[in-house]
Design a binder for this molecule. Structure first.
Ligand code: SF4
Ligand code: SF4
Length: 323
């Protein structure tokens, strides 16, 4: 399907509140896309499940007369996505050559999805081959980080280590010594601009929000964990802001609350008694919801009678989920 720049803008208009776009910033977005100045994105995958890419690919809008517009359409047609293992059609040396060409030009957005294995000289995760032989994720970041204008870490593994940095015993580390991509970048290039978009996986609209901010060359306010305040509003900025518990429709203090759950499967009951981490988690999930909440039928962890497992927090997964 051929999606025009106008179609993308219609998508942004329809999703303006989800993307945090004001009428003025929509105009700026149109100008940026029209000028051909939209940044190049290099998206690398490290130690993780690629769930953030899959989550992002599920973002779509069925907006007449645009029709279904996938994120693949958006990125491939409107943003210069020079390298992405899942989306790019090129493979092998041709794909690597595109990434290296972008490096020569510099000024790109380096998107990192997945943690960085540091044991075995990084060989637990190899991303491509070149004249040096197999190139590890770690080496690729070392090669690409310095010429990047900004690093976008997507998913909790990249932001904080997440599941792949946890071990059989949380206090004994993990077998491949995975560290977060963000901390690795900070070691290599302490002054580099880094934005974390955590989540296991990240909400697709959070990633789209970040992409739009970068196209607009905005510098969003970040909290102490490098998360955008607008999406995560953490307690060091605002004690109530985006706290899951405060915004949860099942909060026991709400009128008509049936109180705490005694077992799973009890609709409308608060799940704190079963281990819900909502009180210590900061994200806009209860407001935004998942599955295109701003555009169609939606749900989120608590409303589906699961509970919040704190997937956006730096200490995730951090021990047992259930009380
Ligand atoms: S279900 Fe979780 S987030 Fe919702 S009110 Fe209870 S503890 Fe808070
Ligand atoms: S509700 Fe909690 S576990 Fe669910 S996506 Fe949001 S932060 Fe993650």
């Amino acid at each position: 399907m051929n999606v025009t720049r106008r179609s993308f803008l219609k998508y942004c208009v329809a999703s303006a509140s989800a993307l945090g776009l004001t009428p003025a910033s929509l105009k700026r977005l149109e100008a940026a896309l029209g000028s051909g100045r939209a940044p190049t994105f290099l998206w690398l995958h490290g130690s993780g499940c690629q769930g953030d890419s899959i989550s992002f690919l599920n973002l779509f809008a069925d907006i007449p007369p645009v029709g279904q517009l996938t994120v693949g359409d958006v990125l491939l047609d409107h943003v210069n996505l020079a390298y992405h293992t899942v989306l790019m059609s090129a493979a092998g040396p041709a794909a690597v050559a595109v990434a290296k060409q972008a490096r020569q030009q510099g000024g790109y957005v380096l998107v990192l999805e997945g943690g960085v294995p540091t044991a075995f000289e990084g060989n637990a995760c190899q991303v491509w081959s070149d004249e040096r032989g197999a190139v590890t994720y770690r080496q690729a970041i070392e090669d690409l980080v310095h010429e990047a204008s900004v690093v976008l870490s997507v998913g909790t593994c990249a932001c904080y280590g997440g599941v792949v940095a946890s071990g059989p015993d949380p206090f004994e580390g993990n077998p491949t010594d995975v560290v977060s991509a963000t901390s690795f970048v900070r070691q290599l290039s302490p002054g580099k601009a880094v934005m974390n978009i955590p989540g296991c996986p990240s909400h697709p609209a959070w990633i789209a929000w970040a992409v739009v901010q970068l196209i607009l060359e905005n510098t969003p306010a970040l909290d102490g964990h490098l998360r955008p305040v607008e999406l995560f509003g953490s307690k060091d900025v605002d004690p109530h802001g985006m706290n899951i518990h405060e915004n949860c429709p099942r909060h026991p203090s709400r009128p008509g609350s049936p109180g705490l759950a005694s077992r799973f499967g009890q609709d409308f009951h608060c799940l704190e008694s079963l281990g819900c981490r909502g009180p210590n988690t900061y994200a806009d999930c209860p407001l935004r919801k998942w599955n295109n909440g701003e555009l169609g039928p939606a749900n989120w962890c608590v409303d589906s009678n699961g509970m919040c497992i704190g997937c956006v927090e730096p200490d995730f997964p951090g021990g047992d989920f259930y009380a």
